[in-house]
Design a protein around this ligand. Structure first.
Ligand code: DX5
Ligand code: ZN
Length: 212
């Protein structure tokens, strides 16, 4: 089991340092939320920030694309040296092609599923996937409440595949054990990490997940 900070909740003027502090708490990756004010009603960061961050951390940078038609952005994120990229199936026209583009660029390919998107959507994409990112809140904002049906969805996905499942949204020391017990392999946490000392809070979440 591995945990990592969603930098959406970090101080963007102090990003490299905020990532380092979560790493001190045992983070195994950095979750990078890209939003376009179109697919989701919020605007965040893109490939330029990824290109600045990648050389400043030894953690793999995992990009969660919440943008419509990400085809133009994917090569830019790949050039920035990110380790993995997930896309929302509702936001891409040709999922098979997009997943192939990510893998051909040397990154791991993931699909992000919204809270009510059925896991069965992935059936024919499974051979082209390296991981699944399950959204346990509606994408677009940090600091929302964990949707409890996510645990049942993790179990359903587990019956379909052995691919690593990451859970994103409302993860804290209370919800981490629930999703790990259901079969999640990676925990993404934003507000729960940056609400206090990031190293301490990251460690609390990872340890509570490991106790599950
Ligand atoms: C939601 C993002 C999440 C978000 C998680 O759109 O995908 O990564 O930053 O934030 P918390 O942990 O505060 O729910
Ligand atoms: Zn995310």
């Amino acid at each position: 089991m591995v945990g990592g900070p969603s930098i959406l909740a970090a101080d963007f003027a102090n990003l490299a340092e905020d990532v380092r502090r979560a790493r001190d708490g045992g983070a195994g990756f950095v979750h990078f939320d890209a939003m376009d004010n179109h697919y989701v009603p919020n605007l965040s960061i893109g490939p330029l920030v990824a290109a600045s961050l990648v050389p400043r951390t030894d953690l793999p940078v995992d990009v969660h694309l919440m943008v419509d038609n990400p085809d133009n952005l994917i090569p830019m994120f790949l050039d920035a040296g990110v380790a993995s990229i997930s896309v929302h199936p509702e936001a891409v026209t040709h999922l098979h092609r997009v997943l192939g583009m990510i893998r051909a660029g040397g990154a791991e390919a993931g699909v992000a599923l919204n809270p009510t998107t059925p896991p069965e959507t992935l059936e024919w994409a499974l051979p082209y996937l390296d991981y699944v990112l399950l959204l346990s809140v509606n994408p677009g904002f940090g600091g929302q409440t964990f949707i409890p049906e996510t645990t049942e969805k993790i179990r359903r996905l587990r019956e379909m595949t052995d691919l690593p499942i990451a859970v994103d949204g409302g993860i804290n020391a209370q919800t981490a054990p629930l999703v790990v017990e259901a079969g999640a392999r990676a925990l993404v946490a934003g507000s729960a990490v940056y609400k206090g000392d990031p190293a301490t809070e990251m460690r609390k979440i990872i340890e509570s997940g490991r106790r599950a």
